[in-house]
Design a binder for this molecule. Structure first.
Ligand code: NAD
Ligand code: SER
Length: 319
């Protein structure tokens, strides 16, 4: 029976795009998408409703499709987890244990699990944040990602589990709606710029954060997963960088394409989360170990997002 890939949390921002790319690479039937909710786009391959906290259901799906590689994307993101800390911890940690245990038992061979810039905190150097530095996260989300990194490294060292991970910055894509993150203003702003030509931002104008266009994030994910195991020297999680900008800089860039666009600022509880994160990231190790380099800067991201989102929204209106 053919070895297959399982994506858990496939209906979210990253999953929606990752499943498409994996199916292009491995064939529609060889990539099983799964989530607790229905997909946002039509599926060209198998989809299963799966609650990752249900170990029995997970094993059934893994055995049914002969899954050998898992991309675990199910999580509560930073802003949502702050509203429900106990559940955020439960979901973000136990989802990881359920998948790590499958690899420890030899049932699956390889795991991708994303970490985040949220592993850093206010005591971390903010500029060009190094791979190895002070890490005192202040959010439940950040604490769960930092603990997850330690567990990934532990399962690799103790049990030989082939787990690979990236500390994604804020990700920006047009194919799905924002999923409850602090960096998600940079997704929503495009929807509002097209629909109403104005945006009220929940972060202050000078809040600079590390960001990345979704296709770069997908490229990084596929590259680290396809690299030779010996090239993956870091088994906690790799820093990767794309670009850094503030809401004000994002708005100025948008005005180049939509001159009438206006932005206002109403910082809320998410400001404190953003203030605890780095402004830019040093990704030397990812570049050296598995050849990481991004393709998108802010101008290219902005024109690409606007072009694609305008087309998508007009197609939806014509349906
Ligand atoms: P998202 O919220 O858009 O998607 C997460 C998906 O997980 C959702 O479709 C949700 O329905 C699903 N899910 C939730 N509970 C589940 C459960 N019990 N069982 C199965 N599925 C469940 O998030 P995303 O932006 O796609 O992020 C995916 C991963 O990448 C997460 O681990 C997140 O922490 C990480 N990450 C994302 C970003 C970003 O900017 N989007 C940045 C850093 C790290
Ligand atoms: N983009 C994510 C968030 O804001 C960071 O991991 O939650």
């Amino acid at each position: 029976m053919t070895d297959r890939v399982l994506v858990i949390g496939s209906s979210g921002q990253i999953g929606t795009e990752l499943v498409e790319e994996l199916r292009n690479l491995y064939g529609d039937d060889n990539v099983v998408a799964s989530d607790i909710r229905e997909p946002q786009i039509e599926q060209t391959g198998p989809f299963e409703i799966l609650d990752i906290l249900n170990k029995v259901q997970l094993l059934e799906i893994v055995e049914k499709y002969n899954i050998k590689e898992v991309y675990l994307l199910a999580a509560l993101l930073s802003a949502t987890a702050e509203k429900n800390p106990a559940f955020g911890w439960d979901l973000n940690m136990n989802s990881l244990f359920n998948v790590l245990e499958l690899a420890k038992d030899g049932i699956i061979n390889k795991i991708f699990w994303p970490s985040s810039i949220a592993v850093f905190g206010t005591t971390t150097p903010k500029e060009n944040t190094p791979q190895y530095t002070v890490m005192e996260p202040s959010t439940v989300y950040g604490i769960s990602k930092q603990a997850g990194e330690r567990w990934c490294e532990y399962y690799h060292k103790q049990y030989g589990v082939d787990v690979r991970s990236i500390r994604y910055p804020g990700l920006i894509g047009y194919k799905s709606k924002p999923g409850g993150g602090t960096t998600d203003y940079a997704v929503d702003i495009f929807h509002q710029a097209i629909l109403s030509k104005r945006y009220d931002c929940f972060l202050s104008e000078e809040t600079t954060l590390p960001m990345m266009y979704m296709s770069d994030a997908i490229k990084a994910t596929l590259n680290i997963m396809r690299a030779d195991s010996s090239a993956i020297k870091i088994r906690s999680s790799y820093n990767i960088a794309g670009m850094s900008f503030s809401p004000k800089e994002m708005a100025e860039e948008l005005k180049n394409s939509i001159p009438e666009f206006e932005i206002s600022y109403s910082p809320d509880y998410r400001q404190k989360i953003a203030d605890s994160w780095p402004q830019s990231i040093d990704d030397t190790h990812a570049r050296k170990d598995w050849g990481w380099s991004p393709d998108f800067n802010l101008p290219k991201l902005t024109t690409t997002m606007l072009e694609n989102l305008e087309q998508l929204l007009s197609e939806k209106n014509n349906v």
